[in-house]
Design a protein around this ligand. Structure first.
Ligand code: UT7
Length: 338
């Protein structure tokens, strides 16, 4: 019997309509378009305004509807929905169950996954294991965030970076030699001081004090996170390439988490992969945390071909990080009518 592979059978995404420019950020904190563009690589980001919609499940719903249109999957056939997010609509119930309910995936069991910016690759790992076990054949992976809900717009070290967006990937079982081939997933919990949101959990439940002290927003030591992101993402990518006998020429695309263009460039240079193979859209959307990788795949979908060797890599709070090697599952040109 041939091995069961888990393949991405369709990809979609959604970003909110409102475009927040660097000039708008510069009116809030002491920064400039030039500084943000040269030090981070971001020109603008999307922000969900309440007159458009509410919550990350709104973005997920838009992505799921587009994915249904493109792949014509039957929502009743989805057996599990995994939603990687740090900004669910509510503390409970989970965002996966709400999204499934609103979009007719009523036969699925649903849960959220918390791995910050590494959420998509972690969720892909879980979905792949479900499918290769033979028990499940169709799993929906959602990954995205409304980072504007937890951004401190008085802190110039963080507020230029973040944006809102969500991706959706349909994972299916296949016996073809495509899909997720290998991965390396890592965590280091000894990093709480470097990247966190203190408030809203069981140590600091919401109170007047937590609100007054801005504890419900993200804080980071940018330099520490920067260095760790570069070394951990490039090391896991190189290890993954080596153990799968992939040369830099064998790699068709690298999809790095979009946190800082200088991080992306440093990872590409350590991998020895040329810049034309690196997916980059940080200039348009900023860092959407769990959303960056599926949103990149969605943006570049028309350039992807069946069998392309792709490496995904991410780094985020936890710390969490890793890399996934997959072979792309379909030619976009065969779906041009969708
Ligand atoms: O998604 C995972 C989580 N996040 C990341 O991966 C982000 C990782 N870190 C970074 O991307 C970068 O460290 C930042 C973008 C956060 C900061 O960039 P940097 O080049 O590392 O700046 P820095 O912290 O070394 O600061 C250099 C200078 C400082 O001024 P002085 O002390 O040299 O006078 C900062 O105060 O730049 C100043 N600065 C700014 N200036 C204008 C910091 N933020 C800003 C700003 N505008 N927005």
């Amino acid at each position: 019997m041939s091995k069961i592979q888990a393949v991405i059978a369709g990809i979609s995404g959604y970003v909110p309509e409102y475009i927040m420019t660097n000039d708008e950020i510069s009116a809030l904190v002491d920064t400039s378009d030039d500084w943000i563009l040269s030090r981070i690589g971001i020109k603008e980001r999307r922000i969900l305004k309440r007159d458009e919609g509410e919550g990350v499940t709104y973005l997920a719903g838009k992505a799921v509807q587009d994915l249904m249109r493109k792949t014509r999957f039957n929502p009743l056939e989805i057996e599990a929905v995994i939603f990687a997010t740090s900004t669910p609509d509510y503390v409970m119930p989970n965002a996966a169950a709400l999204t499934a309910y609103k979009n007719g995936m009523t036969n699925a069991f649903c849960f959220d996954l918390s791995a910050a910016c590494s959420g998509f690759i972690y969720a892909l790992e879980v979905a792949t294991s479900f499918i290769s076990s033979g028990k499940y054949r169709k799993v929906l992976v959602l990954a995205g965030d409304i980072l504007s809900a937890i951004t401190n717009y008085t802190d110039r070290n963080t507020c230029p970076i973040f944006g809102d967006g969500c991706g959706a990937a349909l994972l299916e079982a296949t016996s073809e030699n495509v899909g997720v081939i290998d991965s390396i997933m890592r965590s280091d919990g000894n990093s709480l001081a470097s990247l966190h949101q203190w408030g809203g959990g069981s140590v600091f439940p919401a109170s007047h004090e937590t609100v007054d002290k801005n504890m419900h927003t993200i804080w980071q030591d940018g330099k520490v996170v920067f260095k760790q992101a570069v070394s951990q993402m490039s090391d896991t990518c190189l290890e993954l390439m080596e153990r799968n006998h992939l040369s830099k020429d064998d790699v068709k695309w690298v999809v790095p988490h979009q946190a800082n263009l200088r991080i992306i460039d440093a990872v590409a240079s350590r991998m020895g992969v040329s810049s034309d193979k690196i997916m980059v859209n940080i200039q348009k959307y900023g860092n959407t945390s769990a959303g960056t990788i599926p949103i990149c795949l969605w943006d570049y979908e028309s350039q992807l071909k069946k069998g392309d060797n792709i490496i995904l890599t991410a780094f985020g709070a936890g710390f969490t990080w890793g890399a996934t090697y997959l072979k792309w599952g379909y030619d976009f040109c065969t779906r041009q009518d969708l």
